[in-house]
Design a protein around this ligand. Sequence first.
Ligand SMILES: [Zn+2]
Length: 443
Amino acid sequence: MSNLLIKGGTVVNGSDLVVADVLIEDGQVIELGPQLGQPGGCESLDATGCYVMSGLVDLHCHMREPGFEESETIETAARAGARGGYTCLVAMPNTVPAIDSPQMVEMIRQKADRAVVDVQVAGAITQGRKGECLAEIYEMAKAGVRIFTDDGAGVQDSRLMLNALRYSVVGDLVMAQHCEEASLATGGHINDGVISSQLGISSIPREAEETMAYRDVLLAKKTGARLHLLHVSTSNTLDIVRQARAWGVKVTCEVTPHHLLLSEDDVVTLNPDMKVNPPLRTLDDCRKLALGLLDGTIDAVATDHAPHHIDNKTQPFEDCAFGMTGLETAFGVIFTLLTRGTVSGKSKILEPINEREAIGLVHTTMSMNPAKIAGVSNQQGGPLRCGALANVLVVDPRASWVVDRTKLSSKSKNTPFDRLELFGKVIHTISKGRLVVKDGELL
Ligand SMILES: [Zn+2]
């Protein structure tokens, strides 16, 4: 653990911004205020012109271990996360074997103990993620698991999903759905629309997502359960969320940076790094998702970090795996989008907002809200105040950088943002009181 004095930054707690030094000792924030003196043995970090806030929390991270260690491990994902400003990652259970028992949860936790940032485990809803019978939800919940999902696939059987939601009410758990109606989606590679027709590639209609989102909202309404919709990709799904809230349904949802910035137009060249599930939709969807982020319909930005070994991304488009990496680019993409309306070379997505509003929205949707949804708001997500655990991020809003896939820390390089210029850079990441990223580099 490091004793640290972060000097001269602007501390962000939601929309509340105040210039203050932050003193960290023994893993905790122990003092905040102007012009704090530097105690002996304490390392000083200059944060002039920077924002200081609670570290980012990712609700949706594929760490690939066990089963796909050639693509990523818990250790390498955590390092990539730290470099991207994350101090907490929720590990998805679509590993091999799947995380569907308390024994598997324990195994992941043991590996995660050595990771540079906090790793929370999501459990599978069904045994082996096969969608046939419920996993040991109660036992995993007793072991402290808070979020359950079969991500990678949706739970197709409505009766099974209803039962899972009933279970979750008892334990105050969150059921997170990858909304995809298999009978509509199976065999598809890109969004169903003009581009898929032009290219003659089999497609995934938006209704594959929307029908399951609507079904689950109705089931959550019936049961009073907490439902989280993963990686929302269409404007209609957002309308379903709005309707659900009007009904009083406890629903939250997330959007990824790639579904905000990229559209099916980016798939025209059949770049395998643009292949993702749910697929990139239309520019109109991007713009409506952005409005949903600004108006609070969308609770969280999540990466859906999905690293793939190069062998899975160098085949013909139809044979390539779905997924993109995202941990190291998420902050830059979102901050650039919010403050500039797009990223250079891409279509305009939204009317830019000012830097202070943008950083407040980043804090709310990438740190505070995801920490609440993940059930870790006692340790993550702020507010930064005396006594808070020192999971802290320092970002420079003025620094620009060009994404270079070869320099990313993730074991896999399948980013769709390669060579884009981003504004807003992670400078320091402090996880559990320890400085793990300094001046943008892992220690
Ligand atoms: Zn998914």
